[in-house]
Design a protein around this ligand. Structure first.
Ligand code: ADP
Ligand code: MG
Length: 404
């Protein structure tokens, strides 16, 4: 728990009170089918806690990136159904966020009942850069409730109406999910137990620069895979064929390599790579082959770390006491290129210490590959938010709860 911020108990007796909860229910959908309900499940404990305390719970959340206006493709209605199943109680769905349906739905709640408002991003005030526009929308949200609980960790790095401005207008508290996230992330940045190993992958170096900057002098080892590794390999003078390459980041990668050497941080790069001649698509079966990382053919692209590297990464993780992992080691969405990600995930489940998985795709990978979430110390629900925290940035949605 953060020192200066208050949990739900600080809101006092909640019986009969309307409590607005900002949750992160931004799940992947295929049509109206939820393909990964991890975030909904993560939101359940706080909603249950409030409901059990007799509050009239009003959940607000976003889905996808609608353009500030209603768009049926981004309706939260399917999420209301799944949330209801997971809570084991009905969830009243309001077909707008602050309109007539929302007012009626909230007015109809009994103590302990739960409602979900339609996608908060159907309103252009939610993400407006204009403080007044955002504030006016936050006023409307605040009218639906007597108190506010911030529990959407995936959005606390956003200065948005339902995350930030509403907390200025109602008695506010941190939900258990946000509190747990903040607690774990502090353990990664303040006196981590050693050895401390950071594993980075995913698509781009440029997405992760701030994290590398902030963690390079905290970690003992930095293991790099995923799409970003090819810019590092190229920086070391290897040809990378058609692999993902950010030519404008070559100097940065070189700087990291020499900085790590100066600080005695061990950087581990793959020695072999799984390649194919085309990015996986539905058009043809994958044709994976394993090549040395120093000999990627000109017509091939690297789609996973190879088996020798996967074993080396697992060995480098074996004695770790603290691990932070962000970014899949390969294009895990296709089984032929999931081996490296699977090996790293497996190694994390076996360490004797704190293992943290951060990042939306990394968390989805762990679940898709069939791992038991309980085998990890912590799976962060907020990709961008955990990265910004680890970059050392102030998160507006946390700061607003912690202000004196
Ligand atoms: P996270 O959401 O966990 O922070 P990212 O968004 O950075 O992770 O990256 C996830 C994506 O990176 C996945 O969709 C995966 O397919 C892709 N990826 C991993 N390895 C490669 C690679 N070698 N080439 C291209 N894309 C890759
Ligand atoms: Mg991602």
């Amino acid at each position: 728990m953060a020192d200066s911020s208050a949990g739900i108990e600080s809101l006092g007796d909640l019986r009969g009170k309307r409590v607005l909860v900002r949750s992160d229910l931004n799940v992947p959908l295929d049509g109206t089918t939820i393909t990964d309900d991890g975030r909904i499940r993560a939101s359940v404990p706080t909603i249950t806690q409030l409901s059990d305390a007799g509050a009239r719970v009003v959940v607000t959340a976003h889905l996808g990136r609608p353009k500030g206006a209603p768009d049926p493709a981004y309706s939260l209605e399917p999420v209301a159904g799944r949330l209801s199943e997971l809570l084991g109680r009905p969830v009243a769905f309001a077909t707008d966020t602050v309109g007539a349906s929302a007012s009626e739905t909230v007015a109809g709640l009994q103590d302990g009942d739960v409602a979900l408002l339609e996608n908060v991003r159907f309103n252009d005030g939610e993400t407006s850069k204009d403080d007044e526009v955002r504030g006016a929308f936050a006023d409307q949200l605040a009218q639906l409730a007597d108190a506010f609980v911030s529990d959407g960790f995936g959005v606390v790095h956003r200065k948005q109406a339902s995350v930030y401005d509403v907390a200025l207008r109602l008695p506010s508290a941190m939900g258990g999910l946000v509190a747990a996230e903040v607690d774990v992330l502090r353990r990664l940045t303040e006196e981590p137990e050693r050895p401390y190993v950071v594993v980075l992958g995913g698509s781009k170096v440029s997405d992760k620069l701030g994290v590398i900057d902030n963690l390079i002098d905290k970690a003992d080892k930095l293991l790099i895979g995923g799409g970003m590794v090819f810019t590092f390999l190229k920086a070391q003078g290897h040809e990378v064929g058609k692999s993902l390459l950010e030519a404008d980041q070559l100097d940065t990668c070189n700087r990291y390599l020499s900085e790590a050497a100066d600080r005695g941080v061990e950087i581990v790069l793959p020695t072999d790579v799984v390649v194919d001649t085309a990015f996986p698509s539905g058009d043809r079966e994958p044709q994976p082959s394993v090549v040395p990382a120093s000999e990627i053919p000109a017509d091939a692209l690297g789609l996973d770390i190879g088996p020798e590297s996967a074993a080396a990464f697992a060995a480098a993780l074996a004695d770790a006491r603290t691990v932070f992992w962000n970014g899949p080691m390969g294009v895990f969405e296709t089984d032929a290129f999931a081996g490296g990600t699977r090996a790293v995930a497996q190694a994390l489940t076996e360490i004797d210490g704190l293992s943290v998985v951060g990042g939306g795709d990394s968390a989805a990978a762990v679940r898709q590959l069939g791992f038991d979430e309980a085998a990890f110390g912590h799976i962060s629900t907020g990709g961008g938010a955990s990265l910004e925290f680890l970059e050392g940035k102030e998160l507006p949605g946390i700061a607003v709860l912690e202000r004196g």
